[in-house]
Write a protein of this length. Structure first.
Length: 698
């Protein structure tokens, strides 16, 4: 009989931390490399003792999961078999060209290409990302965009997973990559409407977007001009060209306050002017539409947003006039302008619809579907003058479908359907939308996917996924990965807990700061409701969440470990108190509006200390745990999952394993490459299946 692998035992170096008169001890603070900034950009400089510990953890996880290698390989092949080997996108028209990307059979990364609309059989390859990625442990081409005159192609590349990008420009006539790429970019950039300039966002040493620069389209670093500098290190920063191409828009803000600056395309070298100065608690964004701006804002108590008009010459608050009124519970999630129509995405009670308004502002109509749970997402493309809106429809049972919708005639054409080469019968599956009652009476939506023949007598295992932060709604979409569990008799469920915006911005606000505990109790209520309704039972549920959803996993594991056979925490934000108390970390200042400021606010400190998973690990019978991280992750730094795993292993009384896997070559998004990335869900699903065995011990 093979010996049971021995888990690593992390050494303890007690570090006392005194903050706002409160004292705590962190035994594993040594896992944070003092040179962490450089580690994010060059993982090879990680301190030797930390590397040795992480590699020992990875070796232990491999050993504990060794008997699932055949299962992991089968899961991987199943998921890979659902991806078309030569997949391509639906072409997006822009003037004389259709732009698209496609994969060569078996390629991990795509070709970016175009063809003339007059001669669609002739392809011009713009970039070969597969060739660019060859020999690299990590490669991500995160943003690529042609110039409006179709002569240049800009693209942003991250080769560490640290989200620090180089931005290159290629001359499409000669094929030459111009010298002097942008360094330390966020990957966010846009062209001026006349193609004369490239605007881009610079990332500072703390990894924060801090400045917008402009350079001539064919220029280099010596030509860079500072256009805008954000004075608040807690604000995010972005730049884009309006759909009308009349303005370059610089958008800056945090989770509760925003501001927009405008550069007219008629004078692309002009200094930006503020549309409406920031006011704390007021969010707004602008869409230019036929000589005016449409303003989406929460001003005047419009929690779920309303639309207002603003004058082009003076888009300040004094010119704003009501357009689409505020309706509580109906969230206006986005707006897209076309010459003859305006499209907006609305979400109400976790259901999406697109509403189209004609240019006269008088006639509007909705585009919706009748499945019990589904997701709609506009994909408006490049052209402003077209009457055609492209959107993507999907549901947990239905693969993605791209439609071109004529907003004038109200007719739709199916442009593309996501192909599943290994086969997929939507009728073999069922999607249901349940409602779980939270302790305070709130109705929490739960989306369920299962095979039609799966019993609902409590015998089927359940994977329950949750996120619940930043107002991010988890769509009821299609996934090639989850089918591998569902086809094995599992029920896959999404708990749409507070902290997301599935039921509007009020749903989000009720799950942050002082309401953060609602996210955790909502998730527990969803697990209990599923069990009570026959969708699994306590002890046969595996919980999964990532990033801020990893915080959710840590909190529910502390609150109700008895409910779960296993917990999968992907790049989990679990060292909350320490991270949000360190203003030097990349995302800490922007996070204070979400969680509170424990550096200066004692109430925020006590609240976060009350739920932070790392601080609240105690002697409990924790379920089996799989914890993952990325060495070059700037969002959830590698030491958060590493410290948490060490503390969990020290305190759990169940005898069940605590596994840690750190990707030494990637960051927050995990491995790059469309197939390589599938090895991660294969491991996670194999772990979930193995966690059902109560005899599995460390």
């Amino acid at each position: 009989m093979a010996e049971t692998p021995v888990p690593p035992v992390a050494r303890k170096e007690p570090r006392r931390i005194v903050q706002l008169g409160r004292s705590r001890t962190d035994d594993y603070a040594w896992m944070r490399d003092d040179n962490w900034r450089q580690v994010l950009r060059d993982p090879s400089v990680l301190r030797a003792d930390i590397r040795a510990h992480l590699e020992a953890e990875n070796a232990y996880t491999r050993a504990m999961m060794a008997d699932t290698e055949t299962l992991q390989a089968a899961l991987f092949e199943e998921m890979k078999g659902r991806i078309k080997p030569d997949e391509s996108s639906a072409p997006e028209p822009d003037g004389p060209f259709d732009y698209y990307l496609r994969y060569e059979p078996g390629a991990q990364h795509p070709l970016y290409a175009r063809r003339t609309r007059a001669a669609p059989g002739v392809e011009e390859v713009l970039l070969d990302a597969a060739a660019m990625a060859r020999g690299k442990a990590f490669f991500e081409l995160s943003h690529a965009e042609h110039s409006p005159d179709h002569r240049l192609y800009a693209y942003a590349v991250d080769e560490q997973g640290s989200e620090v990008h180089r931005i290159y420009v290629r001359d499409l006539a000669s094929g030459e990559v111009l010298p002097g790429p942008v360094e330390s970019g966020t990957g966010d950039f846009c062209w001026s409407a006349d193609s004369a300039f490239l605007y881009w966002v610079w990332r500072d040493e703390e990894g924060r977007p801090a400045k917008v620069f402009r350079r001539p389209a064919r220029g280099g670093p010596a030509d860079d001009v500072l256009v805008y500098e954000e004075p608040d290190d807690g604000f995010f920063l972005g730049v884009h060209l309006s759909r009308s191409r009349a303005f370059v828009v610089i958008h800056t803000g945090n989770h509760e306050t925003s501001e927009a600056w405008l550069i007219p395309s008629a004078d692309p070298a002009a200094a930006p002017r503020v549309a409406e100065p920031r006011r704390e608690g007021v969010l707004y964004d602008l869409e230019h539409w036929n000589g005016r701006f449409v303003v989406r804002t929460n001003d005047d108590g419009a929690t779920d947003f309303k639309l207002m008009w603003a004058e082009e010459a003076d888009p300040s608050r004094r010119t704003w006039r009501d357009f689409v009124p505020y309706v509580p519970g109906r969230m206006i999630a986005g707006v897209w302008a076309f010459a003859g129509h305006l499209a907006r995405l609305e979400r109400e009670n976790a259901e999406d619809r697109i509403v189209v308004t004609a240019v006269d502002g008088l006639a509007e109509h909705a585009v919706a579907f009748e499945e019990e749970a589904y997701a709609l997402s506009p994909a408006p493309g490049y052209e402003y003058g077209t009457p055609v809106l492209r959107f993507v429809y999907q549901s947990p049972t239905t693969p993605r479908r791209w439609f071109d919708y004529d907003m004038a005639s109200r007719t739709r054409v199916l442009v593309k359907t996501q192909e599943i080469p290994s086969g997929h019968d939507p009728q073999a599956y069922v999607t249901r939308r349940l409602q779980a009652r939270a302790p305070d009476g709130a109705e929490v939506p739960v989306t369920v996917l299962m095979r039609r023949d799966t019993p609902t007598d409590g015998s089927a295992p359940v994977l329950l996924y949750g996120y619940g932060a930043y107002g991010i709604a988890i769509p009821a979409g299609f996934s090639i990965t989850r089918l591998s569990l569902v086809d094995r008799g599992w029920i896959w469920a999404i708990a749409h807990v507070r902290g997301g915006s599935e039921k509007g911005r009020a749903w989000y606000l009720a799950g942050r700061r002082s309401g953060k505990m609602n996210s955790f109790t909502d998730f527990i209520a969803c697990a209990e409701h599923l069990a009570a309704a026959g969708y699994g039972r306590a002890g046969r549920i595996v919980a999964q969440g990532g990033s801020a959803g990893g915080l959710l996993m840590g909190a529910v594991a502390n609150l109700r470990p008895d409910l779960f056979a296993g917990v999968v925490a992907v790049v989990p934000f679990v060292d909350v108190l320490n991270t949000i108390s360190d203003g030097n970390l990349p995302l800490t200042p922007p996070e204070w509006p979400e969680w509170g400021d424990p550096i200066r606010d004692a109430e925020a400190f006590d609240r976060i200390a009350g739920y932070s998973p790392y601080e609240n690990v105690a002697s409990r019978p924790y379920p089996a745990m799989l914890v993952t991280g990325g060495l070059s992750d700037p969002r959830v730094t590698y030491w958060e999952p590493a410290k948490w795993a060490a503390r969990l292993r020290e305190h759990t009384t169940s005898g069940r394993p605590v596994l840690l896997k750190i990707n030494m070559d990637a960051g927050h998004a995990g491995a790059s490459g469309r197939f390589e990335h599938l090895k991660e869900p294969a491991l996670e699903m194999a772990f979930a299946i193995k966690a059902l065995d109560p005899r599995w011990t460390a």
